[in-house]
Design a protein around this ligand. Structure first.
Ligand code: GCO
Ligand code: MG
Length: 402
């Protein structure tokens, strides 16, 4: 199974996606997601200029060797651009191998460890009634676990709160939009929101919350402690991700479970967090962490410490990246939960998909490989559009973590 061509496809149905498309001499087509929200073209260049020429003529079966060739062989290791590019190659190769074997990919990863993957959806609202309505809507769609985000009095725009059902943080804008932030207002407001949600929806519904890297360690410790009565499934990214030692302090103060890692890209980002048992869930995306090969390693390491998966699945992960997450999640022993934000209709018209969502559980389906197809004609109808994630400023203009 020799790779004959490696093509980078950029398309923007609803939003931008970068897909690596490998074809082999057997006539198989393998897909990998390389979407890096707001920085898409950097990965396009990395793949097209430096990686695609190296792939042509290689044996597509040699997944591990190709991974090491692109990682060790580049000398310059890690980082979101490099690891998204390697992830795309890795996932496309797994897709090809599973198609060649005539099996859905999870079979090659050890087979199913469960019947389906518990998924959480995103509820949000500027007010309590609208938040409740959004939660009711998700429950009607079948979700059995809900992420709760809400506006904060005095702030004009807060992460995770959408004006429509489809929340999309990256705007098709020439410059990043500015949002505002005040940690004290946020900390005063959030515990009351969870108290109200528990009172309305009862004690058993798994509830999650994303702080989006905005608090200091002591502020995060206070929030975790104050949320304990509301029994969160997890508190996500409570402090800036690169300062992993911050979670030591948070952990000393609260039993609220902690999740982190959507901006990590290597097992080395997790090493002390896992070995010191400072987190409960690994949030990495297959797309940003070197693919299935590398995320599987991270999850196996985490499993030794009772830490579970919570694979990143916002709309900026393409249907190809989502499918990879579902196959991996179905196979690993220490699956925790899968984030599932539905894509828009235009995206679904470009990417055909075989996964199912039934009674709150996702399943990757039984099609050989990943089970995702890319319609090149449809993709061509949606050219790249400049888009940026927002930035965040405090009231005095200081730039804050978004
Ligand atoms: C999440 C994430 C996303 C990110 C987005 C940035 O938990 O789903 O925080 O919403 O903001 O992936 O590109
Ligand atoms: Mg997040």
């Amino acid at each position: 199974m020799i790779i004959e061509s490696a093509e980078v496809v950029v398309t923007s149905p609803d939003r931008n996606f970068v897909t690596l498309r490998l074809t082999t001499d057997d006539g198989l087509v393998g897909l990998g997601d390389a979407t890096l929200n707001g920085r898409e073209r950097s990965v396009v260049a990395y793949l097209a200029e430096h990686v695609a020429p190296l792939l042509v003529g290689r044996d597509a079966h040699r997944i591990e060797d190709t991974w090491q060739f692109l990682y060790r062989g580049a000398y310059w290791r890690r980082g979101p651009v490099t690891m998204a590019a390697i992830a795309a190659v890795d996932v496309a190769l797994w897709d090809l191998k599973a198609q060649a074997a005539g099996m859905p990919l999870y079979q090659l990863l050890g087979g199913a460890s469960r019947t389906g993957l518990l998924a959480y959806g995103h509820a949000s609202g500027p007010s309590l009634p609208s938040l409740f309505e959004s939660i009711h809507q998700l429950l009607e769609e079948g979700y059995r676990a809900i992420r709760v985000q809400t506006s904060v009095p005095g702030l004009s725009k807060v992460y995770g709160v959408g004006s429509s059902a489809l929340y999309e943080p990256a705007g098709r804008v020439p410059m990043p939009v500015e949002e505002d932030w005040d940690s004290r207002s946020y900390l005063r407001h959030i515990p009351g929101v969870f108290e109200a949600v528990r009172a309305e929806f009862g004690p058993s519904l798994p509830l999650l919350h994303d702080v989006h890297h905005r608090l200091t360690p002591i502020e995060a410790a206070r929030l975790g402690k104050e949320l304990e009565p509301y029994d969160l499934f997890w508190l996500e990214d409570c402090t800036p991700a690169e300062d992993t030692s911050a979670l030591r302090l948070v952990r000393q103060h609260t039993t609220t479970p902690l999740a982190i890692g959507e901006v990590f890209n290597s097992v080395y980002d997790y090493r002390s967090l896992i070995s010191e048992r400072l987190i409960d869930y690994v949030r990495s995306a297959v797309t940003h962490t070197g693919g299935i090969t590398h995320l599987k390693r991270i999850l196996e390491y985490a499993g030794q410490y009772g830490i579970k998966s919570g694979i990143h699945g916002p709309t900026d992960i393409s249907p190809v990246g989502m499918a990879a997450a579902l196959h991996l999640g179905l196979a690993v022993h220490n699956f925790g939960i899968q984030e599932y934000m539905k894509h828009g209709a235009l995206t679904d018209s470009v990417f055909s998909q075989s996964f199912t969502f039934t009674d709150g559980l996702l399943h990757p389906g039984s099609a050989p490989g990943l089970g995702v197809g890319l319609d090149l004609d449809a993709a061509g109808r949606f050219p790249y559009q400049t888009a940026y994630l927002p930035i965040n400023r405090l009231k005095d203009g200081t730039l804050h973590d978004w």
